[in-house]
Design a protein around this ligand. Structure first.
Ligand code: ADP
Ligand code: ZN
Ligand code: ZN
Length: 753
């Protein structure tokens, strides 16, 4: 018996799917080749191989995308792979291996995975690189600056101030991040204040005087940087978690680590959530590292992105800063990946493959022999658990870098307010605290995690609410009377009669709690205050976001009302009060991460207060002052929160105590989706056999989104490998049914479905 089994193994023929040109358009064109006996066991995914190609059998090289044991075409017409070439892994090979890993980890097609990982190859029209240069002497510039300040020419003032320290700034940075119009630039040129230079002077774009003026690290910062540098020098590669309260100087520590890695001739990727990628942040890196730094953001065209990637490939830069897609920068000598705000939800992709940048970063680092530094004031429960378990090395910064005290955090119990007859959305405490700040000419930030006026329209006769025709959600009414879908952007005018029963008793219902209504109430309570609002509705145009922030930073407004957009790492020295209007809103989300997300939001929001010498105050309004997430946020006690949260996760075997696989089945036909979900659940429960818990099938919490119906199956187990087997089974079952429904997977989902 043994013998014949062995025989079969030898006889089993293996084939390789090969691409011959790595460019976006050609990903679909793979070719099957046989792995000849002499190469058996020597061909792996990502390998570069030599193959005979075309009629003439000219020898070309290609990359192995997949190895299969069945041949997709007539075996007689399949040619043999000639040789495996080169032991040295090219950067493309590493990216292909990464794509393969992502495909297997997240359940995607190889094509989708490759398209995510490999840059689009497109010829970009050579853009002329321009920069804005100061044309005045320092004395003249200083005089001009005063003049602009007196005349309240805010944009010009900001540009000139920046130019005085930098001398020259990239044109796109000026029109983009600094938000200065080309008309303004033209006027400044005509007045001979600035020049626009088309000659690109490398390394000189940043003023050498302002460069390298790194702060002197505090003792705790120094100890962390030194420890990392020592380990790096000893060749230790691992993942670190830097847990440092907001304003503790994590960025300075990253820069110290980066400087060391770069000095060893290796490149660095810095991941920052797109929303925190502000001019301030980017400038800090430019000042320290000059133009060996490049940034990516989602507004770049494919061509521009490719251009940035080419610069990385040619070693023209050492540091790439960007959101999660910056991971795929083709550095062939990657030495370090820094991931700031590692708890951020935006690190999880919501397209196939639904990858998490943290996991991909760690895998990529492994392929390159690089280290990873994760940083956050409020680490994800997963990461902190790994640090506690010793998988990651934990570094802690417990004090703010500047001598600012942490803000006082006060709770306003909304139940008490109700009892005393206050039905407004502002507690007495918050109202008088705002008054105080306005009197002192200090600034206030008010945070509410819901935009619009958050009321939906429903019929009082039959209860029917007005829903989006494309999604299973109620439309939200906005101030201008329009009804909007916050999921797909659908918009319609208000309705006067119920579409179901024809009744005219139809009107806005709901909490009345949204950023737009907060803004309105603030304006009527404090008519003399300047109020700004920042949410998805006020930041639609390119530059809106930066212009609201800079208006507020220039103290041209007293109060900034906004959604979580305002929470992200900005430094406003005059903000001494942060009000969190409805802390419970995110607690009520139907998701096991609700407590974690609430804690993170509250602590990050609180971190905005009193960043400078002035003492800050935070008022948290809540109906549930006893909830552990709120209590821990009040004392800013991460460990206390973590202990409670882990207890709850253990009790219900939620990640990271256990693991959960979410399977989503999508179809334009509700029936098809439901039917397939039912039969898949049946098939899976057979193979699980009590070693995991299967929940569902059930419609997703948003049953219909953009005209696609979504059904869910959840599988919970303490064994992640078991869940991977379940995922493979589900994929197999899906393929064998030839069903047209779409299936996708999410392991330990971040954002809930
Ligand atoms: P985090 O990234 O932890 O929020 P930052 O690195 O942004 O903190 O630092 C917060 C502020 O403190 C910044 O204005 C920074 O320039 C300043 N800062 C950080 N470290 C030091 C230091 N060692 N000495 C002086 N200022 C520092
Ligand atoms: Zn919709
Ligand atoms: Zn009705």
């Amino acid at each position: 018996m043994r013998r014949s089994f062995y025989f079969i193994l030898i006889m089993k023929q293996e084939y390789a799917q090969i691409i011959v040109d790595i460019s976006h358009e050609n990903l679909d064109r793979t070719f099957a080749y046989r792995i000849p006996e002499k190469l058996a066991g020597r061909v792996a995914v990502g390998d570069r191989v030599l193959i005979p190609f075309g009629r003439s059998n000219r020898q070309i090289s290609g990359f192995v995308l997949e190895i299969t044991d069945s041949c997709p075409i007539d075996p007689r017409s399949v040619k043999d792979i000639l040789e495996v070439t080169g032991d040295d892994l090219l950067v493309e090979q590493k990216l292909i291996m990464l794509a393969y890993w992502m495909k297997s980890r997240y359940g995607s097609t190889m094509n989708r995975s490759l398209a995510t990982v490999l840059p689009v190859k497109k010829k970009v029209k050579a853009v002329e690189k321009r920069e804005v240069v100061l044309a005045l002497s320092d004395e003249e510039a200083a005089l001009k600056l005063e003049e602009m300040k007196d005349k309240r020419m805010v944009a010009r003032y900001r540009l000139l101030r920046e130019l005085i320290s930098e001398k020259a700034i990239d044109y796109r940075l000026v029109t983009g991040k600094l938000n200065i119009s080309s008309a303004t630039l033209k006027a400044l040129c005509e007045q001979n204040i600035i020049k626009i230079d088309s000659k690109r002077v490398y390394r000189n774009t940043v003023n050498p005087l302002s460069r390298g003026e790194a702060v002197t690290l505090s003792a705790p910062q120094r100890a962390i940087a030194d420890d990392f540098i020592r380990e790096y020098g000893e060749g230790i590669r691992r993942t670190y978690l830097l847990h440092g309260i907001t304003g503790s100087g994590k960025t300075e520590v990253y820069m110290e680590m980066i400087a060391d890695v770069v000095s060893r001739g290796r490149s660095v990727i810095v991941l920052i959530p797109e929303i925190s990628l502000t001019y301030q942040t980017v400038m800090r890196f430019y000042k320290r590292f000059g133009d060996r730094v490049s940034t990516l953001h989602s507004r770049l065209s494919d061509g521009e992105r490719y251009d940035q990637f080419e610069r990385a490939r040619k070693h023209e830069i050492d540091i790439m800063i960007g959101p999660r897609s910056a991971l795929f920068t083709p550095f062939d000598n990657l030495g370090l990946i820094v991931m700031d705000e590692e708890h951020e939800g935006s690190y999880k992709s919501d397209n196939m493959p639904r990858y998490h940048a943290r996991e991909v970063a760690i895998k990529l680092a492994e392929l390159h022999g690089a280290s990873v530094v994760l940083g956050s004031a409020t680490p994800s429960v997963e990461s902190f658990k790994k640090a506690v378990d010793g998988v990651y090395k934990l570094y802690t910064l417990a004090e703010r870098a500047k001598k600012a005290d942490l803000p006082d955090v006060i709770v306003a119990d909304l139940r008490e307010e109700l009892k005393s007859g206050n039905r407004s959305m502002f507690s007495q405490k918050l109202k008088s605290a705002i008054e105080e700040r306005l009197a002192r000419r200090e600034q206030v930030m008010l945070f509410l995690n819901r935009r619009g006026i958050a009321s939906f329209v429903s019929c009082r006769a039959c209860g029917e609410s007005v829903k989006c025709p494309h999604c299973d959600v109620s439309l939200s009414r906005h101030m201008n009377g329009k009804l909007k879908c916050h999921y797909c952007g659908y918009e319609q005018s208000d309705v006067k009669t119920c579409s179901k029963c024809g009744s005219k008793l139809i009107g806005a219902m709901g909490t009345g709690l949204g950023t737009q209504s907060v803004e309105q109430q603030i304006r009527s309570m404090f008519p003399y205050a300047e109020v700004l609002r920042m949410d998805a509705d006020t930041t639609k145009q390119k530059g809106d976001y930066d212009s609201i922030l800079s208006t507020f930073a220039n103290r041209e407004a007293d109060i900034l009302v906004g959604t979580q957009m305002i929470v992200k790492g900005h430094d406003f020295p005059y903000v001494t009060l942060v009000g969190i209007l409805a802390a419970d809103m995110s607690l009520n989300a139907n998701d096991y991460r609700a407590g974690e997300r609430t804690f993170q939001l509250l602590v990050q929001a609180a971190g905005r207060a009193g960043r400078d010498a002035r003492k800050g105050e935070v008022i948290i309004q809540t109906y549930r002052p006893d909830h552990y997430a709120i209590k821990a946020a009040v004392t800013q006690d991460y460990e206390a929160f973590f202990e409670e949260e882990m207890m709850y996760r253990r009790l219900l075997s939620y990640p990271p105590a256990g693991h959960m696989l979410a399977i989503m089945i999508e179809s334009g036909s509700e029936n098809d989706a439901a039917e397939f979900a039912g039969s898949l659940a049946g098939a899976l429960s057979g193979c699980i056999m009590g070693r995991a818990v299967l929940i569902g099938p059930t419609p997703a919490s948003i049953r219909k989104l953009k005209d696609i119906y979504r059904h869910m199956i959840y599988v919970k187990s303490t064994d992640a490998d078991m869940l991977r087997t379940v995922k493979d089974k589900a994929e197999e079952y899906h393929a064998s049914c030839g069903s047209k429904v779409r299936i996708s997977f999410d392991l330990d989902p971040m954002n809930g479905y």
